[in-house]
Design a protein around this ligand. Structure first.
Ligand code: CP
Ligand code: NVA
Length: 303
């Protein structure tokens, strides 16, 4: 198992499955009321340069739930905001805490922290990836629909950090994935080519959302403008209109298809109120599973 969790491509299928199996077991333990204090005496530092509700709270609750402690650092309050080099931050934090969970802009930032830290670094979202989120999403899919290898999964909308992590997940887990994005908003080209080359199942890129959703078991979307792209919001709303996940589009999926959204959602933009609040949507189960997956991640990397 790699020391750091920076992107899903760094892991084998067995390693990725081991997070999910452990999270499912931990979820059962909690339901039975048993306590597991495996991380008692350990501390994790959360360094967040972007907003977060779910990821922050679920990582904190996961660490507390395992008997450990958390130090939350908004980057504005650290010396990083006053240009202290990342390599110094990484080496200093390594002397205080047992792991670092980072939410930031460039993927190169988590990579540099990992290069200099002597403790595990966990990627809690960059502009390029959101690996921990996609692990919770896959856990949710497996709970609801069984083995993921047998499923046809659609991604509709922006070729963003979530789409990139889904593409790497498809190539590692071995499931069929069709990504539908507007021209000019496709996922990272190199990452897509690598995933296709390494995958046993098809990973397709199309521009027609109906083509992606037709016959799908799982339909997945996310915001049209991610954090850091606020200035593009209006332009993106125009470009993405026909990619809204609404009842008409969902009607092309299998009747028992489930809908995923990592949240936060913009109702009336990438997803309609009706679909988000409808019986096929499992967004709040995904949100819950972040707690269990983060426990599994913390246990494996810090335990
Ligand atoms: N899904 C997700 O990462 O949510 P937050 O931005 O609230 O952490
Ligand atoms: N793509 C979104 C995901 C938020 C959890 C963003 O980066 O803002």
């Amino acid at each position: 198992m790699p020391t750091h969790l920076l992107r899903l491509r760094d892991f084998s299928k067995e390693e990725l499955n081991s997070y999910i199996m452990r999270a499912i077991a931990l979820k059962k333990e909690v339901a039975l009321g048993s306590r597991n204090l495996k991380l008692a005496g350990k501390t994790v530092g959360l360094v967040f340069e972007k907003a977060s509700t779910r990821t922050r709270v679920s990582f904190e609750a996961a660490m507390f739930g395992l008997g450990g402690q958390v130090i939350f650092l908004s980057s504005k309050e650290t010396q990083l905001a006053r240009s202290e080099p990342l390599k110094d931050m990484a080496r200093v934090m390594s002397r205080y805490v047992d792991g670092i969970v980072v939410r930031t802009y460039g993927q190169e930032i988590v990579e540099e922290l990992a290069r200099y830290a002597t403790i595990p670094v966990i990627n809690a979202l960059t502009d390029l990836y959101h690996p921990c989120q996609v692990l919770s999403d896959i856990m949710t899919v497996i709970e609801k629909k069984g083995p993921i290898e047998d499923l046809q999964i659609a991604w509709v909308g922006d070729g963003n950090n979530m789409a990139n992590s889904w593409i790497q997940a498809a190539s590692r887990f071995g499931f069929s994935l069709t990504v539908a994005c507007p021209e000019g908003y496709e996922p990272d080209r190199k990452l897509m080519d690598e995933a296709v080359a390494e995958s046993v199942k098809p990973i397709n890129l199309v521009h027609d959302p109906v083509e992606a959703v037709s016959g799908a078991d799982v339909v997945n979307t996310d915001v049209w403008a991610s954090m850091g792209q606020e200035a593009e919001q209006d332009a993106r709303v125009n470009v993405f209109q026909s990619y809204q996940l609404n009842s008409a589009l969902l009607g092309h999926a299998l009747e028992d298809a489930i809908v995923l959204h990592c949240l936060p959602a913009h109702r009336g933009e990438e997803i309609s109120e009706e679909v988000l609040e409808g019986p096929q949507c499992v967004a709040f189960d995904q949100a819950e599973n972040k707690l269990h997956i983060h426990k599994a991640i913390l246990e494996k990397h810090l335990g």
